[in-house]
Ligand binder design. Structure first.
Ligand code: 5GP
Length: 189
């Protein structure tokens, strides 16, 4: 593998996408892996940019043909990381960012132990809940499910190499940028 693999996890609503998008504006040579999902698009989401939105039959067919590096059921929907773009980007010398849940990150670690695993945590679960409600895009049941899962996901922090607390966005962006810079300088065997 010539390029690096950065795996970002953290509870839903913690700001993973915002941090990743900001870092990609200031760091060259990165590619974001767009996942497939069976979840319905939110109002502001764009096909092929935020996700590839597929139905369950399509997802299952892709999964059965081994087209995903990892896949998981998260908050009642299926999500998977397409394999082919990653291989192409690495060959072209890009570093790749995945934004996936903790179950997916475990699977990726089994296949790519050399990946760099970064957990994004909220300053507190109370603040996370306020952010999820502020997003106005999820139903009450969905928010409660995401909060229950957030408690569980926070217990996986020790499986990651780095922890970034998204208290002040600029600081979190700077920390993730610093991780990328440092990992690019690391001497590898
Ligand atoms: P959301 O529905 O809020 O976009 O995402 C819900 C959760 O699914 C988030 O934690 C997100 O990181 C995770 N997720 C998104 N894409 C993937 C994927 O390809 N694989 C896995 N395992 N999780 C994903």
């Amino acid at each position: 593998m010539s390029g690096l693999l950065f795996v970002l996890s953290g509870p839903s609503g913690v700001g993973k996408s915002t941090i990743r998008k900001e870092v990609m504006k200031i760091c060259q040579g990165l590619r974001y892996s767009v996942s497939c999902t069976t979840r319905s698009p939110r109002a502001n989401e764009v096909e092929g940019v935020d996700y590839y939105f597929v139905d369950l039959a399509t997802f299952e067919a892709m999964r059965d043909q081994g087209e995903f590096v990892e896949w998981a059921k998260v908050h009642g929907n299926y999500y998977g990381t397409p394999r082919r773009p990653l291989e192409a980007w690495w060959q072209e010398g890009f570093d790749v960012i995945l934004e996936i849940d903790v179950q997916g990150a475990k699977q990726v670690k089994a296949v790519f132990p050399q990946g760099i695993f970064v957990f994004i945590a909220p300053p507190s679960l109370r603040i996370l809940e306020e952010r999820l409600r502020g997003r106005h895009s999820d139903l009450e049941d969905d928010i409660l499910l995401r909060m229950t899962n957030a408690h569980l996901e926070m217990q996986s922090i020790r499986d990651y190499n780095y922890l970034v607390v998204n208290d002040v966005l600029e600081k979190a962006v700077d920390q993730f940028r610093a991780i990328i810079v440092a990992e690019r300088c690391r001497i590898r065997e």
